[in-house]
Design a protein around this ligand. Structure first.
Ligand code: FES
Ligand code: FES
Length: 528
């Protein structure tokens, strides 16, 4: 068998993967070097950065064959004999690793710079790190850590007595972040795990019929099982607010947004990865769809859910005094209209994890922000007692609200349960963006009045929020925004109304502030 040889972190290695294989995949899967992260497999995020002969490269875009006889350095190669490098120590001291998923790539990119330029300028550091995205830190602490790395001498973990206030305190989980040892959702799949892949609707709104799955499996030998709504042992429904729970694990007969799950296949990794989704036996009948709240509220608009007339999920209202009279009597008035779009959370770590069955219990090891909520949902979906569901969160490479909702967990739980084999999944960036929650798009109209002295009085706020195809955190957004729409200001005569409207788009959910940032934009503009 042909092999590709190179030097990895000071040691010679031989790889049997194909020379065209991505270096990131070879490092992670064949050589078990999990400090190399992948966020996009497209050269955009830089999380997969490694050094090849001292130069940073995106290992997801580097074919294995290109590093033959080269020197490859990953984050695992920065510490010597368990002793952290000055750069790693500096990252700890400056709190430069937050979720930590970008940290290995930041560290190797910075090390490449410091090897050539031990005392870089801020501009040089910014330039050297420009290819690696960090979604958490705002970059300043990372840049400061690199600037101070050469002169870094203070390795004390705790500040001296009586000087703790104002001192930098090292994160308890900092060391595994700067050494690449911290395990995220995709970092600890059991070797015998099957891979799971979700089949999704390519249409905004469509009825569908799934074809002959036995025949399908016969002609796809590496696919061990196909799961649909009929295979859910418990309730085919989840949602973060139980009275509003409405999202199926698998759509039944009708898909309500492009990217909605209709089935999942589980099998051998190479087969699942290479599967061409156009081979999946499904017939689609496309239906009219609505993407914007104004269209969704028309009387002839397609209705997404029974019992939610006009596609209205919920209204919100906070009022005191008499806003209309106050505005009529105001010496001055200003009206601001604003609209904001969907915002993707864009955590660097896509959704990933694995499940395994232990007798009559199911265990989920996945990236999440809400282990207990996941557990409750999974118990309902799997038809199990709560005590028979264990959720062991891995490190979470960014969530910002979206990983409060379950995503891939039911698919791996179902596959592991039925196949009695560990089952793993790692969403691609596209799958993650297609199917998980977003920030609610908003349309807001706000009028504020004041008296001759500029004292604010009279405030009327009307907000329309696109909550997507399913409820998720829509009720929270619609009810929290009216509470916060005035910001920190005291206003005597106040009325704030909101409405969350269903459309054929991915569900809108939690995203830092539950709709309040959207309302702060027109509010502060109006006050200005
Ligand atoms: S740039 Fe390689 S994984 Fe994003
Ligand atoms: S710390 Fe950089 S992405 Fe989270």
């Amino acid at each position: 068998m042909d092999t590709v040889s190179f030097n990895l972190n000071g040691k010679p290695v031989k790889c049997t993967s194909q020379p065209v294989e991505r270096l990131s995949a070879v490092l992670r899967d064949e050589l078990n070097v999990k400090g190399v992260k992948t966020g996009c497999d497209a050269g955009d995020c830089g999380a997969c950065s490694v050094l090849v002969d001292g130069q940073p490269v995106c290992s997801c875009l580097t074919p294995l064959g290109q590093v033959e006889n080269c020197k490859v350095t990953t984050v695992e190669g920065l510490a010597e004999n368990q002793t952290l490098s000055n750069l790693q120590e500096s990252f700890l001291q400056f709190g430069a690793a937050q979720c930590g998923i970008c940290t290995p790539a930041m560290l190797v990119s910075a090390q490449s710079l410091l090897d050539k330029t031990p005392q870089p300028t801020r501009a040089q550091v910014e330039d050297a790190l420009g290819g690696v995205l960090c979604r958490c830190t705002g970059y300043q602490k990372i840049i400061d850590a690199v600037l101070h790395a050469s002169s870094f001498t203070d390795k004390s973990v705790t500040p001296p007595a009586n000087s703790a206030v104002g001192s930098a305190i090292r994160h308890l989980d900092g060391r595994p972040k700067v050494t690449g040892q911290l395990a995220y959702g995709a970092d600890s799949f059991p070797p015998d795990a099957v891979l799971v892949r979700v089949i999704r609707s390519p249409h905004h709104h469509a009825d569908f019929t799934i074809g002959d799955l036995s025949a399908f499996k016969k002609v796809h030998p590496g696919i061990h099982e196909v799961f649909t709504a009929a295979d859910i042992p418990g309730k085919n429904c989840f949602g973060v607010i139980p009275p509003f729970a409405d999202q199926p694990v698998f759509a039944e007969n009708t898909a309500r947004f492009r990217g909605e799950a209709i089935a999942a296949i589980a099998g051998e990794r190479e087969v699942i990865r290479a599967f061409d989704e156009s081979d999946f036996p499904v017939l689609w009948q496309v239906k009219p769809h609505v993407l914007l709240p104004d269209a969704a509220r028309q009387t002839d608009a397609p209705q997404l859910h029974e019992g939610r007339k006009g596609n209205i999920l919920v209204h919100g209202l906070v009022q005191r005094g008499d806003a209309d009279t106050a505005l009529n009597n105001a010496a001055h008035k200003v009206t601001v209209k604003s609209s904001t779009p969907f915002v993707e959370h864009a955590y660097i770590e896509p959704e990933a994890g694995y499940a395994e069955r232990a007798g009559d219990r199911i265990e989920i090891h996945a990236s999440t922000q809400a282990a207990q909520m996941d557990r409750e949902s999974l118990a309902e979906i799997m038809g199990l007692k709560l005590d028979d569901v264990r959720v062991a969160p891995t490190a979470c490479g960014g969530g910002f609200g979206s990983k409060l909702d379950i995503s891939m967990q039911p698919y791996i739980a179902l596959a592991a349960w039925k196949l009695k084999r560990p089952a793993a999944i790692c969403y691609t960036r596209k799958q993650s963006m297609q199917s998980t929650t977003k920030r609610h798009p908003s349309q807001i109209e706000l009028t504020i009045g004041c008296d001759q002295n500029g004292k604010i009085n009279g405030f009327a706020f009307d907000g329309i929020f696109n909550t997507g195809a399913y409820a998720s955190w829509g009720p929270t957004v619609a009810n929290r925004v009216p509470v916060h729409a005035s910001g920190p200001y005291y206003i005597k005569d106040y009325r704030a109304k909101s409405v969350a409207v269903h459309t054929n788009t991915p569900p809108s959910g939690a995203f830092r502030g539950f709709g309040v940032p959207q309302s702060a934009i027109p509010q502060e503009c109006a006050f200005d």
